[in-house]
Write a protein that binds this ligand. Sequence first.
Ligand SMILES: *Cc1c(COP(=O)(O)O)cnc(C)c1O
Length: 390
Amino acid sequence: MTEPLDFDTLAVRAGIHRSQFNEHSEALYLTSSFVFENAAQAAARFAQEEPGNIYSRFTNPTVTAFQERLAALEGGEACVATSSGMSAILATCMSHLKSGDHIVSSSAIFGATVQLFTNILSKFGLETTFVDGMAPQDWRGAMQPNTRLLYLETPSNPLTDIADIAALAAVAHEGGALLVVDNCFCTPALQLPLALGADLVIHSATKYLDGQGRVLGGAVVGPQKLTEPVLAFLRTAGPTLSPFNAWVLLKGLETLRIRMQAQSVNAAELARWLETQPAVTRVYYPGLPSHPQHALAKRQQSGFGAIVAFEVAGGREAAWRVVDATRLISITANLGDTKTTITHPATTTHGRISAEARARAGIGENLLRVAVGLEGVADIKADLARGLAV
Ligand SMILES: *Cc1c(COP(=O)(O)O)cnc(C)c1O
């Protein structure tokens, strides 16, 4: 293909390498290993003197196709696919950090990522300092001489705080650290962290990249010199993406931008409507002019995404009433699906962190998070209106 191609063209065309059968749709290579012509070829492949597949823990053509397509969409040189979003984060830390290193992380990140940093990596001599909020001076203040990695999600989960990626990349690089951005909420359809100075982008492909709630997957995208150690870790440790899941994700990428755009339109409409509801005391959505970082979101993102959080008058009881009155929306902590989902963060995704940490992060008992899907927005409103009626 001749560069540069449009995002929409790359989404359906990047990563295609047709086989001898010249198939039109991407082939699914459901095989664990590959056959060599002779002993010499086997030796050359293992010695990495000849390119080619050996074993699907190392590489697989369907997984490679997914990696090439996602790298093209993120504007990254290379991509390494993993079995899940969590294994993408684990592989990044295991390959770029060593005992005695220090991580600075946003406190407003996916719950399992907090646990990975605090309960697992800490056992291997990796210490993490969590920062509340996205102010660059707070991040600079949390850095130590041994800080090697800064980690964030933007917009944050669930309160949609926006981090200034370029400013935090400068902070990271001043201190000799990498900036790693989990781009799960925006996806490359709405935000390109590498172009803003991030060193690596993380994905839970399970969310919007699949977009239809079918498979688990993850990815790490960035310059080859930074993805190569991640691949080396995966080859040895094993949490690689299955070829079947890669094939599903390849097809997911083809509709990513139009899904993100349509779901963002729905989310914006829902957010505006929620702001007018008497039982709703606050709405968090980067697309609303009332959002404290609306201007930054507008500059940094090409759309505002499909996650809307809001607080209701009252406490847990009032919030649960909204959840329990739904008939259409799925009550599940998952997000990034064509089907709208609702969750009560304080007792689900953020239920295992201390009440004090939750309060510091601003996650109240009256907070709800909706990941808006592709249903008619009037139906989504009606489903929420029932529980909001006072
Ligand atoms: C779901 C999620 C993850 C973890 O991904 P899995 O595919 O479930 O392992 C990481 N980061 C964010 C922002 C997520 O939403």
